[in-house]
Design a protein around this ligand. Structure first.
Ligand code: UDP
Ligand code: MG
Length: 338
């Protein structure tokens, strides 16, 4: 049997106000990794929790040397939390999973097997989504299919961010500095050998979903605007159709002598609606360009804990850690005093 004990795998888990279930997650994931032949590090990215989640993780780290914490200065969102976790991970493979156990850790073993067999990305494909509202299921299904049909990148349907990535994929991701990332699309964009393992998405046992409707809509917009320019072409098509219908209407009006005000009103509404819609679509893309052009750090790390000393993030663009700046200042102060 191959000895995998020197093979480090990182598990990255974004967490936001999960005090109700974080201890259960820690126990379950801990139990899973202790059974595996590979070596694991578990990185929690605390996305600005304001409940007792952070304290619970800090306490657990004291007992578990393989656990680490990266705490954001505020809530930057699930996708940026994943981005940060990937950048802090040092494993030969990196697994991203939600912290609410909807993605069962046991599936990681299947992902690792597929990786050992040569896959570079192993994504979790949801066979079933138990315990989620019909609205969430239908909207998610429709969104994945829409995205799939309007982009040239092969973004698999019914997959979230639960996946394993080989180090070479992670190296590419680290260099993609997107302000509003759609990580699952970016991973597909990278390419290499990508394969799926199917699993049943479990219902949440505790706590509420941290993805209210407005966050879902934002994620969907980020997915579409970062992977398709098709909506921008909408104005061309709709404009052509409107011009054609205007000509047809004119001919009909001349032919029949019909000049109803209703008709004018309808055409007016149609043109007005179309113009506003086109401006809105332009705005979405312009907003992305604007955000990207400011080149702010993607997120602010307020604290790190549990990392072996020497973890240095400064080689990665647009990463800021107040924590490491503090540490450097402290060292300089000590040097100046001595
Ligand atoms: N999460 C996060 N930041 C946010 C929202 C969510 O880090 O702003 C985390 C959350 O704690 C969980 C994961 O992202 O570990 C997925 O969120 P959630 O389970 O609420 O999403 P759903 O499964 O309902 O789509
Ligand atoms: Mg969830």
């Amino acid at each position: 049997m191959t000895d995998y004990s020197d093979q480090l795998i990182s598990i990255v888990m974004p967490v936001f106000n999960e005090e109700a279930l974080i201890m259960k997650t820690i126990r379950t994931v801990q139990g899973f990794v202790s059974q595996q032949p590979e070596n694991y590090e578990i990185i929690f990215v605390d996305d600005g929790s304001n409940d007792s989640t952070t304290d619970k993780i800090r306490k657990a780290i004291a007992f578990h040397p393989e656990m680490r914490l990266v705490r954001f200065s505020r809530n930057f969102g699930h996708q940026l939390a994943i981005t940060a976790g990937i950048r802090y991970a040092t494993g030969k493979a990196v697994v991203v999973m939600d912290a609410d156990l909807q993605d069962p850790p046991a599936v990681i073993a299947d992902m690792v097997t597929a990786w050992h067999r040569g896959a570079d990305v192993v994504y979790g494909k949801r066979k079933q989504r138990d315990g989620e509202s019909w609205f969430k299921k239908i909207s998610a299904k429709a969104f994945y299919r829409l995205l799939h049909s309007i982009t040239n990148i092969n973004i698999p349907v019914d997959t979230g961010d639960f996946r394993l990535m080989d180090r070479k994929v992670v190296t590419v991701l680290e260099r993609m500095n997107e302000d509003e990332p759609f990580v699952r699309g970016m991973v597909s964009w990278v390419g290499f050998k990508q394969t799926a393992v199917e699993y049943e998405r479990q219902p949440r046992t505790q706590g509420e979903s941290k993805y209210p409707l407005h966050k879902m809509v934002r994620l969907a917009m980020d997915g579409i605007t970062s992977f398709s320019n098709l909506p921008l072409k909408f104005a061309n098509w709709a404009g052509s159709i409107l011009c054609l219908s205007a000509i047809v209407t004119m001919i009909v009006a001349i032919w029949t002598g019909f000049t109803g005000t209703m008709l004018l009103l309808i055409v007016d509404l149609l043109i007005g609606g179309f113009l506003l819609l086109s401006i809105g679509i332009l705005g979405q893309y312009l907003g992305r360009v604007f955000n990207q052009s400011r080149e702010r750090p993607l997120y602010v790390v307020a604290e790190t804990m549990g990392f072996p000393s020497g973890v240095n993030q400064h080689h990665i663009a647009r990463t800021v850690s107040v924590d490491s700046v503090n540490k450097v200042n402290k060292v300089q102060k000590v040097r100046n005093q001595s």
